[in-house]
Design a protein around this ligand. Structure first.
Ligand SMILES: *[C@@H]1O[C@H](CO)[C@@H](O)[C@H](O)[C@H]1NC(C)=O
Ligand SMILES: *[C@@H]1O[C@H](CO)[C@@H](O)[C@H](O)[C@H]1NC(C)=O
Ligand SMILES: *[C@@H]1O[C@H](CO)[C@@H](O)[C@H](O)[C@H]1NC(C)=O
Length: 194
């Protein structure tokens, strides 16, 4: 555990340093955010895997999913399942910011292209054509699938932790009962600043 944390920290620092060099002209929307603390891209890099940067529990598996998202260096980030899963396990704001730090073509949160239909279909499965919403089980399968794809070695301690720390904040924000329709998940990605 300790070894992995240190290794992760070192890897994050290296990538954050190269990000930092590019940062100056790239982040007007960061400065425009009213109550953002004075942090750099390095600061965000340090908190990978921690939901909402509020000192919540640290999940190494989530940090690895986030790193695999960032490694894609995409712009239509909600067309990458690793990035959608990263948002689900650590909130949207850090994932968006880290992508903006390394790629000036990533738009401000509200203008990032919508969640891809392919990813949504993967999440909800064969009922997609009937407009079914995402269930808690769909969510769990999706985030565990993303961790598996990211070759995670340190998994969350239990599914209950995942429900409490990742699913519940999302469900609380969308306020759509026990399940979440496409448009509410898409809104969360664009507007929650979570
Ligand atoms: C990411 O893509 C942007 C835009 O194409 C490019 O300027 C930047 O060097 C890339 N960063 C990495 C780490 O590949
Ligand atoms: C993205 O979703 C919003 C809200 O559902 C919708 O108004 C908009 O047309 C969509 N954008 C695209 C490019 O499909
Ligand atoms: C995970 O491991 C597989 C098999 O070794 C490899 O092909 C893949 O690129 C790895 N994925 C990541 C995100 O490192």
């Amino acid at each position: 555990m300790r070894f992995s944390l240190l290794a992760l920290g070192a890897a994050t620092l290296v990538s954050a340093l190269s990000i930092e060099e590019r940062a100056p002209e790239a982040q007007p929307e960061l400065e425009a955010r009213v109550n953002i603390p004075v942090v750099t891209c390095q600061g965000y890099g340090k908190y990978e895997g921690i939901y909402d940067y509020t000192g919540g529990p640290y999940y190494p598996g989530c940090a690895m999913v986030t790193q695999s998202c960032i490694a894609l260096n995409g712009t239509s980030i909600w067309s990458h399942s690793q990035c959608v899963a990263a948002a689900m396990c650590q909130g949207t704001y850090g994932v968006i910011t880290l992508n903006q730090c390394q790629n000036p073509n990533v738009l401000p949160a509200t203008q990032i292209p919508n969640l891809s239909g392919t990813i949504w279909a993967n999440i909800v499965g064969s009922c997609v054509d009937d407009g079914c919403p995402m269930t808690q089980q769909n969510f769990i399968d999706f985030v565990y699938g993303a961790m598996s794809a990211a070759n995670v070695t340190e998994w969350p301690g239990s599914v209950n932790d995942v429900i409490q720390d990742w699913w519940t904040p999302l469900m609380t924000w969308t306020a759509t009962g026990n399940t979440i329709p496409y448009s509410n998940l898409d809104d969360w990605l664009h507007y929650s600043n979570s």
